[in-house]
Design a protein around this ligand. Structure first.
Ligand code: CA2
Length: 151
């Protein structure tokens, strides 16, 4: 059985993690989060491609390029979560299982963060657990892919 390849996508400003607003987003850098995720991936026997962009169209391109390369997508689209029909349409178009994650609990924050364009086309959403949101999201995504294989 070949290993699942998971695309981990981070949207704009997430490259600033650990460098700004640690009261909201914590002290871990994105590089550190990716290291933790790669450790979890090796426990789960999957491989990761971790990408970040501050540009909506680049994120759409990464999603398109996932076709035939990745079996699942773990995404924190940042503020694009609340604005981007383009990213939602790209995720729908490639039809690769998606789990949406957020470091902060978006429902405890401003009203404009309460709506996600991605949630309705995702397997599920995990929000509010810091780096654990990513780890739990990866576990849920891999579990889903493994269940699909034996069905
Ligand atoms: O909680 C999350 O993970 C968010 O996706 C983060 C987004 C925010 O717009 C969403 O509503 C919730 C913002 C990412 C910005 O990241 C920064 C990191 C450090 C300093 C400043 C921004």
């Amino acid at each position: 059985m070949s290993k699942f390849n998971i695309l981990v996508l981070n949207g704009h400003n997430l490259n600033l993690l650990g460098k700004r607003e640690p009261n909201i987003y914590g002290h871990l850098t994105l590089e550190h989060i990716n290291t933790i995720l790669n450790q979890e991936a090796s426990n789960l026997n999957v491989t990761l491609s971790c990408l970040q962009s501050n540009h909506e169209g680049v994120l759409v391109d990464y999603i398109h390029q996932a076709l035939n390369h990745h079996q699942g997508i773990l995404i924190n689209a940042g503020a694009y979560t609340h604005t981007s029909i383009a990213i939602r349409d790209a995720l729908s178009a490639v039809a690769i299982p998606v789990v949406e994650v957020h470091l902060s609990n978006i429902y405890k924050r401003e009203d404009f963060r309460h709506h996600s364009y991605i949630a309705a086309i995702a397997l599920g959403q995990i929000s509010g657990f810091g780096v654990e949101s990513y780890r739990l999201g990866l576990q849920a995504l891999v579990n889903h892919l493994q269940q699909e294989l034996i069905r």
